[in-house]
Design a protein around this ligand. Structure first.
Ligand code: NI
Length: 182
């Protein structure tokens, strides 16, 4: 099988800062893009990927996290791991929990840098799936953190933006130095 591995943009690439456009129609080109994004995410060992990260300014993302993984990375008893793969087009937050959870986050666009980010512990998201069908679903635990992280990419926001300017600039600089050496 022929795989398509797309190039992932690394901060401070300005394309990562653009607000992405909604998808008007889920057609064959969008399905192809989703498949390429999926293959790229697996190749890079990511747990999520948003279209702006591959230079496509569209409101599309993938999340690949089992439902039974907590924000600390540990497995939670009593929750089924499936489903663990979500294709989301034009996702919108419908509601958020009042409680928050902190997670050690990383990003393929800020390679090999990690920092704690606090987000809503659960979110309800409305989105189109890969068939163009409207779905609404509640995400919790690590899935919730990942969905919020990937949705931020659609608005040109990176996880390092939750840190101090000093720390943010340092992580981007370090990631970029690493990237230049590859
Ligand atoms: Ni990211």
């Amino acid at each position: 099988m022929l795989m398509t591995i797309l190039t992932i943009l690394v901060a401070p690439n300005p394309l990562l800062r653009k607000k992405a456009e909604p998808v008007a129609l889920v057609d064959a080109s969008i399905k192809k893009l989703l498949k390429n994004m999926e293959e790229t995410m697996y190749a890079e060992d990511g747990i999520g990927l948003a279209a702006p990260q591959i230079g496509v300014s569209k409101r599309i993302l993938i999340v690949n996290v089992p439902a039974n993984v907590g924000v600390d990375g540990d497995l939670i008893e009593g929750i089924k791991p499936d489903p663990d793969l979500f294709f989301m087009i034009n996702p919108e937050i419908v509601s958020t929990s009042d409680d928050f959870a902190t997670c050690q986050e990383g990003c393929l666009s800020v390679p090999k840098q990690y920092a704690s980010v606090t987000r809503h512990a659960s979110v309800v998201v409305r989105y189109l799936n890969e068939e163009g069908k409207t779905l609404e679903r509640e995400f919790k635990n690590l899935q919730a953190a990942c969905v919020q992280h990937e949705m931020d990419h659609l608005d040109g926001k990176l996880f390092v933006d939750y840190l101090s300017t000093l720390k943010r600039d340092m992580l981007i600089r370090k990631a970029n130095r690493l990237y230049q050496k590859l």
